[in-house]
Ligand binder design. Structure first.
Ligand SMILES: Cc1cc2nc3c(=O)[nH]c(=O)nc-3n(C[C@H](O)[C@H](O)[C@H](O)COP(=O)(O)OP(=O)(O)OC[C@H]3O[C@@H](n4cnc5c(N)ncnc54)[C@H](O)[C@@H]3O)c2cc1C
Ligand SMILES: O=C1O[C@H]([C@@H](O)CO)C(O)=C1O
Length: 440
């Protein structure tokens, strides 16, 4: 029987949420996972699974038992015919990307970081960008799930289909995901073209941008009308990168963190910081060619708060103009750059933020320079107000102020998920404060 560790303290990546589980486990086998669930059941303890702890919320937090599947992290099967792989749930995308590259495969789309687990990254509806692409969970062909009772379910479009539609964005609420089978693509390079436009120019030409580039996204710099537009497209061209330590790190990371910290004492500096970094780092035209996963990942800098709601794609322009106009009218509210605007295709996954709607994700950020909290309450409140009023759905990984009735209104299939959750976990073993707020 795997021994639980007492006194373990969990912090999420951004060091914004922490918990002290009664016992912390790192099982080395499915049988050990089952034993931990049996022990938890006998002692009426709650259980949470942690992937890589990147979620910017308390979605992982528990005072019960915390299980990390870092030892269940291997690739189990490769189907070269179907271009599919089956991996253990704890596998990191950093490792998966390399293993796939070694066999000529790749994930068709991934988010900004790869230091995340396969089960964790699908479980919260993680997305990248590209209106022809869904959230990462849409790449899942099947998965296996251990329920609170220790039963292992195979879920796919043809087996336990209802559970599959729930489990792809599982929120850690349905049981322990043990393996995930993923539809991959043949390995590919992406040509990334970065170029400046004003916010007005981007928004007036949004449909064309979406059609012109498979992985189109853009960054808006609050307190300016400037954007950095990114086109990403498949290419056979050879790798060509322009990484420059001075610009990317000395200035783009260390100088920025210092200036943001100084601006906590002199807030009037902030708009000038946004303008200066736009001019210095983001206003140039840059073209690079990278391996796909390297093109999708980018430097996410230092600790931060983020919020990232999905809105119906047709509302993108109106909502960004509303947010900009409000910030222009309220100059005492300061917003860090960037606001990240990304797109994803509609899907059929019960709690996907893109459930039955092509969506635009609008991600706002406030950094914590050297861990220092920066005032963001008014910014966050106005942003959420605009999102709520316009059919927005918050990213499940990221802290938000929504409660059960909000989610019932947002998600047509919310009750389907709730019924499946109650059936698979009748005693609420996998619940925590985050999930109780959502489901009760
Ligand atoms: C720097 C940074 C960049 C990011 N970039 C993006 C981005 O570009 N796009 C985007 O959409 N999001 C992004 N995110 C959010 C991130 O993708 C999600 O928070 C993701 O869920 C983190 O994966 P994880 O492995 O750390 O999961 P965790 O945060 O550890 O867990 C997430 C959820 O999955 C559950 N879980 C994990 N493993 C299992 C399992 N085996 N069985 C059952 N439940 C499980 C947990 O209980 C929890 O509910 C980013 C976050 C950070 C910190
Ligand atoms: O949570 C996230 O963090 C990064 C970005 O905001 C910079 O860190 C990203 O793209 C997310 O979705």
């Amino acid at each position: 029987m795997v021994q639980g560790i007492e006194g373990y303290k969990f912090w999420n990546w951004a060091e914004t949420y922490a918990c002290q589980p009664e016992l912390y486990f790192e099982p080395s086998s499915v049988e050990e996972v089952r034993q931990i669930l049996e022990l938890a059941k006998k002692r009426s303890k709650r259980v949470k699974i942690v992937g890589c702890g990147h979620s910017p919320s308390d979605i992982v937090c528990t005072d019960g038992y915390l299980i990390r599947l870092n030892h269940l992290n291997k690739m189990q099967k490769v189907d070269k015919e179907k271009l599919q792989v089956t991996v253990e749930a704890g596998m990191k995308l950093t490792d998966l990307n390399e293993e796939l590259a070694s066999i000529g495969l790749a994930l068709s789309n991934i988010g900004a970081v790869s230091d995340v687990s396969v089960a964790g990254v699908i479980g919260t509806g993680t997305h990248n960008t590209g209106i022809k692409h869904g959230i990462l969970a849409t790449q899942v062909v099947s998965l296996t799930l251990m329920t609170a009772a220790g039963e292992v379910l195979e879920c796919s479009e043809s087996v336990n289909r209802e559970i599959f539609q729930a489990a792809r964005v599982h929120l850690g609420a349905l049981g322990v995901v043990l393996t995930v089978t993923i539809q991959c693509a043949s390995a590919f390079h992406v040509e990334v073209q970065q170029f400046p436009q004003t916010l007005t120019e981007v928004l007036n030409d949004l449909d064309n941008h979406l059609q012109r580039s498979e992985y189109f996204r853009f960054l808006w710099f609050p307190h300016t009308d400037k954007t950095a537009v990114f086109y990403g497209d498949h290419t056979d061209k050879p790798i060509k990168t322009t990484s420059n330590w001075l610009k990317d790190y000395a200035i783009g990371y260390y100088l920025l963190e210092l200036l943001l910290w100084i601006s906590t004492f002199f807030p009037r500096m902030l708009p000038w910081i946004n303008r200066f970094f736009y001019w210095l780092v983001y206003s140039a035209k840059v073209t690079q060619v990278k391996r796909s996963d390297k093109a999708f990942n980018f430097e996410c800098l230092f600790k931060q708060h983020v919020s990232d709601w999905a809105v119906p794609i047709e509302k993108t322009g109106a909502l960004l103009r509303q947010l900009k106009e409000w910030l222009d009218r309220n100059p005492k509210v300061r917003a860090h750059f960037p606001v990240e605007i990304r797109f994803a295709r509609a899907d059929e996954i019960f709690l996907s933020p893109c459930y039955k709607q092509d969506s635009c994700f609008i991600n706002i950020i406030m950094y914590r320079p050297y861990g220092k909290e920066v005032p963001r309450k008014r910014y966050w409140a106005k942003y959420e107000e605009i999102m709520r009023k316009n059919g927005g759905r918050p990213h499940w990984a990221k802290a938000n102020s929504c409660v059960h009735k909000d989610f019932e209104e947002m998600y047509p299939a919310f009750q389907n998920f709730c019924s499946i959750r109650e059936k698979l976990d009748p005693s609420g073993m996998f619940l925590n404060n985050f999930l109780e707020k959502a489901f009760f």
